[in-house]
Design a protein around this ligand. Structure first.
Ligand code: SF4
Length: 332
């Protein structure tokens, strides 16, 4: 419990309860949380493609990392595949919000596939920065998590050997480059704001002339969701993060809460909550990663309300008004 939420504002489980009343539970609910503009756009792209071209529409990789969303689109006629060779020549295909290596649209062009690119515009911006650094003959140090589709997509914007992945400050110490090498750095959009700051500082200390973006490429949605968790976690006994285990920004929200000293659990659905987690808990912080819909947040609140008398309190750090345009081929 912390000073931000004095005990008298909270409803601890062991607070004096009226005879027969259920114990209270305060839910500090993060705002912003859940869907970002890039996820909204990607889902709408698949829905509009289904309307325009009819089912089935193929989608390369999970359009966003959320099983509920993917299952919903599958029911409407989307078929999810991992590679283009699983897409028939006469079917439309959508590329996921995480972005794809250049080789993917090149292959789609070669096969004359009808494709729609749902890459988030903020990821595309990083792709263009990578191209610009290549034109300037700078080797790119890319800060990101190995194996994540966004990382594969961004690293695939430049030829092999022109980009090196680092994840940690330790990785920076092992880089083979000298101070005189022409270097630049870029970042994945869904990283931990704090960790990335440390990695960038290590790069700049080792390579004072390294070029980089004015601000790191972590997107507004990732930063805002982490800021909201920093605000609510210190006053919570437990933080629940709704998101998928392969969702980078959701995993970062769990880390942020844990670094505030609060136990945090990643859940995909309300059914995964173990009632024992609530033993001795008077305040729960609740948030959702950028690919988790609000329906799942309400599902969790309703589940908690089955067990406790809940008092829901929004913790607002900022309002988001970002929207992105749809690809022209779907609005004509
Ligand atoms: Fe785009 Fe950020 Fe959302 Fe990823 S988390 S889709 S980069 S807005």
């Amino acid at each position: 419990m912390n000073a931000a939420f004095p005990p008298e504002q909270l409803s601890p489980e062991n607070a004096p309860a009226k005879p027969g009343a259920r114990p209270g539970l305060t839910i500090l609910i993060a705002a912003p949380r859940g869907f970002c503009a890039g996820v909204d756009r990607a889902i709408e792209i698949v829905e509009r493609a289904l309307e325009k071209y009819g089912a089935p529409v193929y989608v390369r990789h999970e359009i966003v990392h959320n099983r509920y969303v993917v299952d919903g689109l599958r029911e409407k006629g989307a078929i999810f595949v991992e590679e283009l060779d699983e897409v028939p020549n006469d079917a439309p295909v959508v590329f996921s919000a995480h972005g794809v290596p250049k080789s993917v649209p090149a292959e789609a062009d070669r096969r004359k596939l009808l494709y729609v690119d749902a890459t988030c515009p903020l990821v595309s911006k990083v792709h263009r920065q990578a191209e610009r650094q290549l034109e300037k003959d700078r080797h790119i140090i890319f800060i990101g998590h190995e194996g994540h589709p966004e990382v594969i997509g961004t690293m695939g914007q430049v030829p092999e050997g022109k980009i090196t992945l680092v994840e940690t400050v330790d990785d920076v110490a092992k880089l083979p480059f000298t101070r005189d090498d022409k270097l630049s750095f870029l970042t994945q959009t869904t990283l931990s704001v704090d960790d990335t700051r440390d990695v960038i500082a290590a790069l700049q200390a080792r390579y004072p002339d390294i070029a980089g973006p004015k601000a790191e490429d972590i997107c507004y949605a990732t930063s805002n969701r982490q800021a909201a968790v920093k605000e609510l976690a210190p006053g919570s006994d437990l933080v629940l993060v709704i998101g998928a285990p392969n969702s980078s920004n959701s995993l970062r929200l769990v880390e942020v809460a844990e670094r505030c000293g609060t136990t945090a659990k990643l859940i995909q659905r309300a059914s995964e909550i173990d009632p024992a987690w609530l033993d001795g808990v008077g305040t729960v912080g609740l948030t959702a990663g950028a690919s988790a819909p609000e329906t799942l947040v309400r599902e969790v609140v309703d589940k908690l309300a089955e067990w406790r008398e809940i008092d829901e309190r929004p913790i607002l750090v900022t309002e988001e008004k970002m929207t992105f345009k749809l690809p022209r081929q779907l609005v004509d």
